[in-house]
Design a binder for this molecule. Sequence first.
Ligand SMILES: O=C(O)C1=C[C@@H](OP(=O)(O)O)[C@@H](O)[C@H](O)C1
Ligand SMILES: C=C(OP(=O)(O)O)C(=O)O
Length: 419
Amino acid sequence: MSENILLSFNGSKQINTEIKLTGSKSECNRALIISALSEGSVNVENLSVAADTALLIKSLESIELQTSDLRLIDIGPAGTAMRFLTAFLSIQHGKFLLTGTERMKQRPIEILVEALKSIGAVISYEENFGYPPLQISGPLKQTDATVKIKGDISSQYISALLMVAPKLPLGLTLEIDGELTSKPYVEMTLTMLSQAGISHSWEENVITIKPQSFNTSKLYVEPDWSAASYWYAIAALADEASIFLPGLNGYSLQGDSKITEIMANFGITSQFKNGGVHLKKEPKNLERKIFDLKDCPDLAQTIIVVCAALGHNCTFTGLETLKIKETNRVLALQTELAKIGVKLIEKNFSYKLDCSELHFPDQLFISTYEDHRMAMAFAPLALKIKSLEIEEKQVVEKSYPYFWNDLEKAGFSVVTKEK
Ligand SMILES: O=C(O)C1=C[C@@H](OP(=O)(O)O)[C@@H](O)[C@H](O)C1
Ligand SMILES: C=C(OP(=O)(O)O)C(=O)O
């Protein structure tokens, strides 16, 4: 049975709460792959409860458990895990059918598959060229150590290759072609590899990892900064806010920690003390007119909805990759923002917000397009709209299963409604 969520916030719009966030799904997915590659010498601490992480754990376990000639791995909607497993399975013994949701079958993977094939992997597209499902026969017999790879579509392809690189007989040299999108995620991969004892060199657009072994080590997964961004958005739309998020540090492997700097523009201060971050709201005139989100695409929906709700006409760049995520996020934002009279207009690789007709109806229904971030980015609008209905309660489970419980804890009225 499918259910929606009805949100409202009664009384004065003051938020005073402490929220313990789950581990970062990006860090956790890397830690799990690195641990599996290390064959037991790398341990993972503070696993995320994100559904995508649970799917990856189950998939890695099922590789061992299945005895059939063709082992089936269904990774559901987990894009990062899909890309990481494609490289991982290419170096395992056996034949695998790697598939996912209908949306996953529309998310491109050609760049990664062709890169792997160019060094000897045996992979075929089972339905449409360039897209999952994939049939992978491993282990690859390496024919080459150098790969030229486009950097501007998804950094996940590059992270996937880097993690298997130390296990390849010839190692790997990646020549990144064009601008690298989502760069902090590649840096996260390399840092976590080095925490597990793997060295690399990165000069200009060339990253090299030689064949080497993992050290005995522990990888600690930090709380999820992308999840934290929704609390910054809530603070930005509330009248008063004091929110403590334990476990988050000023230094993070996650590029989405940039939310502290971005939200400072909205008067949200971040103070790191007592083992976490304290968010406070201070009066501030909104001045910044351009936001470049190329390094932190998962913050795009959060920030765009906040700007729209504050009536801040500004411009966003670096949104190109949003079209191939859980849904076409640009189109989803345009459709849903239109419901409060806001336009997001594409022009010359940038997007301009036009809030001249912004209004808040008493009741609003938000469609979520199987995208957790649509649900979580629009939820803070309950501070502006009397009755906000968000489609598909379960959608948040992908990265933040306790999101609705946490909203309730912070004073929102959260009611489940049958569809
Ligand atoms: O490597 C990762 O963990 C991720 C990289 C990003 O994707 P792209 O590199 O495709 O932008 C991001 O959007 C995704 O949620 C997680
Ligand atoms: C894009 C995302 O995830 P993935 O690519 O792993 O499906 C996300 O979590 O916003």
